[in-house]
Design a protein around this ligand. Structure first.
Ligand code: HEC
Ligand code: HEC
Length: 165
């Protein structure tokens, strides 16, 4: 049945052509997109171009607790953590921030949520999922932001505040 084979073959060739075109168009769009996104972040003219690294910025270590941008934000670390060991066996952070040690250290107590399991069960010690503090709490450095930010504080979105009147 040769006469029937030809249209089927032609259809298959057409399908392959359409797929090739789609991939080509997709990668062209991606290349354009990355050209737009990457240079502002790295300062390089071209994506993957090497530029000399800037000097390491100074950490902010003024001991002033920063306002949180929203109530559930992990507060940022306002002191130096240089050389503080944070490993499976040793956690320097808890030696000041754990409930039992806060009277001597003057550090704010690790939040009560850190003593709960995922299901809300209270534990006697910091929950394993909150053990590696720097997964969520980070120090700040005095440096220019890489890209602009349009974040708006939720209190500026027109909500009424309890106790305002
Ligand atoms: C020597 C004691 C000490 C150690 C060790 C320590 N901290 Fe602190 N931390 C403090 C004190 C005191 C404050 C209160 C602000 C200040 O004086 O810097 C504080 C503040 C903070 C805050 C800000 C809390 C808030 O509500 O704004 C965070 C977050 C924090 N520490 C995280 C850490 C992490 C993470 C580590 C370990 C890498 C750590 N700290 C190790 C004493 C300590
Ligand atoms: C999974 C993320 C996560 C990890 C890990 C984590 N925290 Fe937090 N932390 C938070 C968040 C979110 C908040 C603010 C909301 C809350 O209190 O739960 C917070 C709040 C805090 C506060 C402020 C408490 C207060 O009442 O002002 C301190 C201090 C703190 N954490 C210390 C620590 C220390 C020390 C560790 C390590 C032992 C740690 N955190 C690990 C997410 C985390």
């Amino acid at each position: 049945m040769r006469s029937q084979d030809h249209p089927r073959l032609r259809r298959r060739v057409r399908a392959i052509l359409v797929a090739v075109l789609a991939v080509a168009a997709g990668s062209a769009a991606f290349a354009q997109m990355s050209a737009e996104i990457v240079p502002p972040l790295t300062g390089a003219g071209q994506p993957m171009e090497e530029v000399p690294a800037g000097p390491i910025p100074k950490w902010t270590v003024d001991d002033i607790r920063r306002m949180r941008a929203y109530p559930d934000q992990p507060p940022v670390i306002p002191h130096s953590i240089e050389g503080y060991q944070l490993s499976v066996n040793t956690n320097r952070c808890v030696s000041c921030h754990k409930r039992e040690f806060t009277e001597g250290s003057g550090a704010p107590m690790i939040s009560v949520t850190h003593y709960m399991t995922r299901e809300g069960q209270m534990l006697a010690d910091v929950s394993p999922r909150r053990y590696f503090c720097t997964a969520c709490h980070v120090p700040q450095a005095d440096t220019a932001p890489l890209i602009g930010n349009t974040f708006t504080d939720m209190s500026e979105l027109g909500v009424g505040h309890a106790g305002d009147e």
